[in-house]
Write a protein that binds this ligand. Structure first.
Ligand SMILES: [Fe+2]
Length: 286
């Protein structure tokens, strides 16, 4: 039996999106600077915005993720930050200038995981950090030029992965996910996190961080376990396509997410190309 259900999504009509964009315009330039200390936009008292977020909250509670279609991507990720600020109170900031929305553009010439065109693994964000974010927001600035075959996203709930593994009697994998002490490390940090992958319904998972910890410890990474997780996650998820402006909100505690292989179209080889680009932002609460 396939337990895959339709993706939870909300389509925002063009006139509503234009109304939100106009209401945000006076604040859009300053939103990122204000947001770290808590965002309270006049937009949050707008009746249409409130109605939209009642529906967003309802779907998010049911599915642990939701797609909003029809909102424009604004400069510096202002729309993504406004949407995330309606769901959470504390943003994660980056760098000395406390940026919130980070731009990720696929690059065919890099090996860096965040920008490579290669297929990714199902993972949670910042899984080796002491306190991974609760909420991840992704807004598509430019879809993959080879979409829908390339640049596809998937989101899968932890409870669905575990249920799928149990149905197949893959109990050693369930045990590894829920009972084993697993070490994870970020290549850019000396810190090694150690604990259960799924603990109290919360997941931390990224195969590259488990491999990085194994390399430091001089041990073999549990490749078979990780492959089984990837296979189960595929089985209980469906492809999700993000068009220009489409926004994906997901629980970084209760889901894993995935990005398929990306493509590029060269305008002039090798430096001028069209590729997928997104804004990503995180909040510590939801
Ligand atoms: Fe991610």
């Amino acid at each position: 039996m396939n337990m895959v259900i339709a993706e939870p999504e909300i389509r925002i009509p063009p006139h509503t999106a234009a109304h939100f964009t106009d209401a945000l315009a006076p604040y859009a330039g300053a939103i990122e600077a204000r947001a770290p200390d808590g965002l309270d936009l006049p937009l949050y008292r707008d009746a249409e915005w409130i109605a939209l977020f009642e529906e967003v909250t309802r779907l998010y509670a049911l599915h642990d993720h939701v797609v909003l279609r029809g909102l424009p991507a604004l400069v510096d990720g202002a729309m993504l930050i406004a949407v995330l600020g309606a769901m959470a109170t504390v943003f994660i900031t980056y760098g000395r200038d406390r940026r919130i929305a980070r731009l990720f553009a696929m690059n065919p010439w890099t090996q860096d995981l965040a920008h490579t065109a290669a297929e990714g693994f199902f993972h949670s964000d910042m899984n080796a950090s002491p306190n991974p974010p609760a909420l991840t927001g992704i807004q598509c600035i430019r879809p993959d030029p080879g979409a829908p075959e390339y640049g596809v996203n998937r989101v899968v709930r932890v409870c669905d992965i575990l249920a799928d593994l149990e149905r197949r009697d893959a109990l050693p994998v369930v045990h590894w996910l829920t009972q084993a002490e697993v070490r994870m490390a970020n290549d850019r940090s000396p810190h090694v996190w150690s604990g259960r992958i799924v603990d109290n319904g919360c997941i931390r998972f990224h195969p590259e961080t488990i491999r990085a910890a194994a390399r430091r410890d001089g041990t073999q990474a549990p490749e078979e376990m990780m492959a089984a997780v990837q296979e189960a996650a595929f089985h209980v998820s469906t492809p999700l396509h993000l068009g220009e402006g489409d926004l994906l909100l997901l629980s970084n505690h209760r889901t894993l997410h995935y990005r398929g292989e990306c493509s590029v179209v060269f305008r002039r080889f090798p430096t001028d190309f069209i590729a997928r680009s997104i804004y990503v932002a995180h909040a510590t609460d939801e």
